[in-house]
Design a protein around this ligand. Sequence first.
Ligand SMILES: Cc1ncc(COP(=O)(O)O)c(C=O)c1O
Length: 385
Amino acid sequence: MNIDALDMERLRLRTGEKWTHYPPDILPSWVADMDFEIADPIRAAIECRLSVSDCGYPIPVERSPMAEILSARVAERFDWRISPGQVDLFTDVVQAIYFGLLALADEGEGVIIQTPIYPPFISATNSTRRRLVLCPLRTSPGGFEIDFDQLLDQVEPSTRILLLCNPHNPSGRCFSRGELEGLAGIALDKDLAIISDEIHADLVFEPCRHIPIASLSPEVAERTVTLMSASKAFNIAGIRLAFAVFGGDAIRKQFAKIPRHLRGGVSALSIAAVTAALTEGQPWLDEILVYLRANRDFLSRHASVNWPRAVHYPPEATYLGWFDFRGYELSPNPYVFFLERAKVALGDGAQFGDPGRGFVRLNFATSRPILEQITGRMDEALAAR
Ligand SMILES: Cc1ncc(COP(=O)(O)O)c(C=O)c1O
C-alpha cells in the first residue's frame, strides 16, 4: 500500500461528511474517518455480495457469524474470554450508548462522563434527560489522568452509570490496569452500571495495551456492557455494524426492555465487510498502525518545534491529536482561527465539553504529504497573525 501517494482528487470523490462538509479550499482534518483506502479483503467481500445482488433482508442476528468472530478476536487480541452468547449487534456504537442510557438510568439520574469527551456522550445524556456528572480528566506533566478524588466527590446516590471511553477520545489515553481497577472499584462500591465504549481498542500504540474493563473480574463484567466496532480501526464507519458484549444477564434484560426494532439493523454488506475486517484485515491494520505511529511522532515533533506555546501529549491510542492552543489567544477561538486563516478544518474543542475550550482536535489518519500541508498551513496562519 503506498499511503504517501494518496490522491486528493480521489479523496474528494467520497460522498461522506469528511470530504463534503467544507468547500474544496478547506483541508478537512476533523471527523474521525481515515483517508486511507480500505483493506483489500473488505473491498473484495463487499464486491462479492454485490456481484450476486445480495441486498435483501439479512439473516437474523442469531444466525450471523458475528458473535463467534468477535469472541475469537477479543480472546486473541485482548486475552478476553467471552462466549458468543454474550454478544449482540447494534447499528452503531452511539446508538448502543443511547440504549444504555435509557435502559440503565431513569430521567434525572446521573451519568459519569470524563471530559473533554467525544461530543455525543454529552448530547446523548442531555437528550435522554439523564444528568451529566462531569468528572474532567486532569493534566500532569505526563499527560491526562483520572482525578479519582474528584470523581468520588461527584458521585451521588442517584448516580447510575459510568459512561467510560477507553481508549479515550480526544485525550488519546489508553487507561492502565491500575486506572481501570480504580474506576471499577468505584463502580462496584457505588453500584454503578458501566457502559464502556471501546471503539478505539484496535488503535493502540505499543507499549500500551488495551484492557477491556469487563475483563478485570466477573463482578465487574456483571455490571458492564462493552461496545466495540470494526468501524474506526478498519475505516468503515459508514458500513453500520457495532457490537455490544453483555457481561451479565441482568444488564442484558434491561436493554431488552427497549423494542429491538429501534436498533435498526445490519445488512449482508455490513456482515461481509466486518467479517473480512476481523478475520483477514489484520495485516492491513498492522501496516496502518506503523504509519499512524510515525504520523503521531511527526506531529508531536512538529508541534514542539513550531507551536511552542501549544500543549500537546502524544496519544497512546487513536489517530486524533488534541492540542491546547490557549497560550496563543487565537481569536475568536482556535477552531475558527485555523478554519478561516489556515483553511484547515479541525475539531472544535468546545464541543468536547468546557475543558475543551481553546483546544482543537487534529485527525492525523492521512498521508504524510497531506499532514504536512495541514501543519504547514497552520504554521503560516500563526506566523501571519
Ligand atoms: C469514542 C467514540 N465512540 C463512538 C464513535 C462513533 O461510533 P459509531 O459510528 O459506531 O456510532 C466514535 C467516532 O469517532 C468515537 O470516537
